[in-house]
Design a protein around this ligand. Structure first.
Ligand code: PHE
Length: 462
C-alpha cells in the first residue's frame, strides 16, 4: 500500500473522484447533447441513467478497486480470471483513446483562455461560429495548446495521487461553481432567457427516440468517469475504513449538479443570441459564450478568460484520472518506474491523438475518414463512438455482471461493509444488490444493442 500511495482520507477520494467526473463532459459535452437531442426530455432520461444505472456501477468499480488495490486489468485478474482480465484491458485501452481526444478538446479550452485573455479575441468583431471552425482546423495552435495540456497532466500525475490531484480539486471546484452561478444569474436577465429555460426544463417526450436513450446513457457513463476502470484505479487508493456508499452518492450528485447548472447557464445564453442554434454541436460553448462575454464590455475579457481557465482546470482533474489508468496498469503489471512511465505513456497518447486533431478540417483524409450510419464521419467521431459511446457502457455492463453475479464469496457486499458495517442486512443493501444484478446489466445491455444497430448500421428500433 505504502509504495502505491493513497488518498489521505475519504474526502480526498471524494474530491479526486469528483474532479475526475466533473470536466469537459459536464460543461462542453452535456449542453450540446441536450441541444441536439431535444432539450428537457433528454435531461430526464439522463438523470434516470445516472442514478438508476450508473450509481450502482460506480459502487461496483470502487469496491473492486479497493479490494484488489490494483489497476483494472490486475484487479479483474486477481479476483476474477483471465477472461475477466480482458474487461480490464478494454478499460485501459478506452482510457488511452478517450484521453487522446479529450486532450485535444482541452487544448481548445486552453486556446480560448489565451485568445480571450491575451489575444483580444472579444474585440475583434468576429463571427464566433466561423472563428471556432477556423480555430479547430488550425494545426499550429492546436499542437501548441494540446502539447501544453498533456505536459501539465503528466506533471500532476507524476507528482502522485495525493498532493497533486486532491489539493487542486478542493480549491478550484468551488471557484468554477461560483463562476457558473454568476453566469446563470447574468443569463437570466437577457432577452430570450425564458425560451432557453423552457427548452431545457419543459420536456417534450415526442422528441425521444432510440438515439436519445443511448446518447443519454453513454453521456452518463462518460460524465461519471465510469465503465473503464478510472474508479477501480482511484478506488485502489481508498482506505478500508472509508464508506464508499456515501462517497459514490456524493460524487454522483456533485457531477450531475454541475452538468445541470452548465445547462442552466448555456441555454438562456444561447436563446438570447438569435444567430446561435441550440443544436450547434460540439462548438456550442465555444460559440455561445464568447458572444455573451463580448456584450459585458470592459470586464468581458476578464470574465471570459477566467471562465475558460476554470474549464481547463476542470478538464485537468479529468485528464489526470484518465492518464492514471494506463500508468497504474503499466507500473503494477510491469513493475516500472512510475515517473518514467508517466512521461512515456503521456507522449504515446499525445501521438495517438494527432489524427483526431487533424480531423476537424486540417486534413481531408481524417475529416471525411469513414462512412457508417448513413454519413461520412471524421476520425474524432469514430474514436468517440467506439471508445466512449460504446466501450464505456459495455465495460459498465461487465463490471455490474462481475460484481453482482461472479465475484465469489459475496465479495462485493463484504467490500461495501468496510467503513460501513451498519449496511449489512439493510434495505439499502438489498436495493444496491438488486440494481447491480438486474437493473444495470439488463438496461445497459438492451440500450447497448440498440446503440450498435443505430450508430453503425443506421437501424432504428423505434
Ligand atoms: N468524466 C470526465 C468528464 O466529464 C471524463 C472522463 C471519462 C474521465 C472517463 C475519466 C474517465 O469530463
Amino acid at each position: 500500500m505504502a509504495s502505491r500511495g493513497g488518498f489521505s482520507n475519504r474526502l480526498g477520494f471524494i474530491a479526486a473522484a469528483a474532479g475526475s467526473a466533473v470536466g469537459l463532459g459536464n460543461i462542453w459535452k452535456f449542453p450540446y447533447e441536450v441541444g441536439e437531442n431535444g432539450g428537457a426530455a433528454f435531461l430526464v432520461i439522463y438523470l434516470a441513467c445516472a442514478f438508476l444505472i450508473c450509481l450502482p456501477i460506480m459502487l461496483a468499480e470502487t469496491a473492486i478497486g479497493r479490494n484488489t488495490r490494483l489497476n483494472p486489468f490486475g484487479a479483474f485478474n486477481k479476483i476474477g480470471n483471465r477472461k475477466w482480465g480482458l474487461v480490464g484491458l478494454l478499460g485501459v485501452l478506452s482510457g488511452i483513446m478517450i484521453l487522446s481526444f479529450y486532450n485535444v478538446v482541452a487544448g481548445w479550452a486552453f486556446g480560448y483562455f489565451i485568445q480571450i485573455g491575451f489575444g483580444g479575441l472579444l474585440s475583434k468583431g468576429v463571427n464566433y461560429a466561423e472563428y471556432f471552425g477556423g480555430f479547430v482546423s488550425d494545426i499550429t495552435d492546436n499542437l501548441l495548446f494540446s502539447i501544453g495540456f498533456m505536459v501539465l497532466t503528466a506533471l500532476i500525475v507524476a507528482g502522485g495521487v495525493q498532493k497533486g490531484i486532491e489539493r487542486w480539486t478542493k480549491i478550484l471546484m468551488p471557484l468554477l461553481i461560483t463562476m457558473i452561478l454568476g453566469l446563470i444569474s447574468y443569463g437570466l436577465t437577457l432577452d430570450g432567457a425564458m425560451d432557453g429555460l423552457s427548452f431545457y426544463l419543459v420536456p417534450d417526450f415526442g422528441e425521444i427516440n432510440a438515439n436519445t436513450f443511448y446518447t443519454a446513457l453513454a453521456q452518463a457513463f462518460f460524465s461519471l468517469s465510469l465503465g473503464m476502470g478510472a474508479l477501480i484505479t482511484y478506488g485502489s487508493y481508498v482506505g478500508k475504513d472509508d464508506s464508499i456508499v456515501g462517497a459514490a452518492a456524493l460524487i454522483t450528485v456533485a457531477d450531475i449538479s454541475i452538468a445541470f447548472l452548465a445547462g442552466l447557464m448555456i441555454f438562456p445564453l444561447v436563446f438570447s443570441q438569435p444567430s446561435i442554434e441550440a443544436n450547434a454541436g460540439p462548438g456550442l460553448v465555444f460559440v455561445a459564450l464568447p458572444g455573451i462575454f463580448e456584450t459585458m464590455g470592459g470586464i468581458g475579457p476578464f470574465i471570459g478568460a477566467s471562465f475558460f481557465l476554470l474549464l481547463c482546470f476542470a478538464a485537468l482533474t479529468s485528464t489526470v484520472s484518465l492518464l492514471e489508468v494506463p500508468v497504474a496498469f503499466v507500473t503494477d503489471q510491469f513493475k516500472t518506474n512510475r515517473k518514467k512511465t508517466v512521461y512515456l505513456v503521456a507522449t504515446f497518447i499525445f501521438f495517438v491523438g494527432l489524427p483526431t486533431m487533424l480531423s476537424q478540417g486540417a486534413s481531408d483524409f481524417f475529416t471525411n475518414f469513414i462512412y457508417y450510419g448513413g454519413e461520412d464521419k471524421d476520425f474524432f467521431t469514430l474514436i468517440e463512438n467506439v471508445f466512449s459511446d460504446l466501450a464505456l457502457p459495455l465495460g459498465g455492463f461487465f463490471i455490474a455482471v462481475f460484481a453482482g453475479w461472479s465475484w465469489k464469496n459475496k465479495g462485493f457486499q463484504k467490500e461495501l461493509y468496510f467503513g460501513n458495517a451498519a449496511l449489512e442486512g439493510t434495505f439499502l443493501e438489498k436495493m444496491i444488490l438488486f440494481m447491480v444484478r438486474f437493473i444495470s446489466p439488463f438496461v445497459v445491455g438492451a440500450i447497448f444493442i440498440i446503440s450498435v444497430l443505430q450508430i453503425f448500421f443506421n437501424i432504428s428500433l423505434f
